[in-house]
Design a protein around this ligand. Sequence first.
Ligand code: ACO
Length: 157
Amino acid sequence: MRLEFEKLKSNDKAPIDLLLLADPSMELVREYLDKGTCIVVKVKGMIVGTAICVENNSRSIEIMNIAVKEEYQNRGIGKKIITYIVDEAVKDGIKAIEIGTGNSSVNQMLLYQKCGFRIVGIDFDYFRRNYSEKILENGIECRDMIRMKIDLSKDKS
Ligand code: ACO
């Protein structure tokens, strides 16, 4: 499967429905799009995956949303999106990439660790503070945000 990556120059073409898979809040998705860069990955011209990267400062970025179309999930596309973001960050001289995920998002946590992210903290009750509706996933409440990071300034071991 040949994947084509593109950094969107305008938010008009951002795949909102796909981004909402990663985050149920349209308000937050719009906020991240305004602040960040939307990346899309296409197969034969059709968008199958996306992510939004926001600059925290000149040395650090955060992946705010990442999503792959349901029928294309579990085929390695999520991993390739993260690899693309890491490669671009290295080229741009970025020293750290952060990501946050819910305590209930166990598969996502697996993916991020396979891509080199390590747990660096927990933002307790983040989801209760920022979302009006209770989020249930894998039979438990998504309540705390697990903060993860890849430190690009260190040698990998
Ligand atoms: N069950 C078990 N393991 C999984 C699953 C799953 N459903 N999905 C991913 N993984 C793990 C596996 O360990 C896999 O490793 P392997 O290749 O060694 O087996 C690894 O993740 C890589 O999987 P990919 O196929 O690359 O992942 P995929 O293309 O499906 O993308 C993603 C993962 C983006 C999480 C996708 O499932 C998705 O869009 N989910 C819905 C939206 C979402 O939850 N986004 C993340 C929210 S948090 C945030 O945005 C910061």
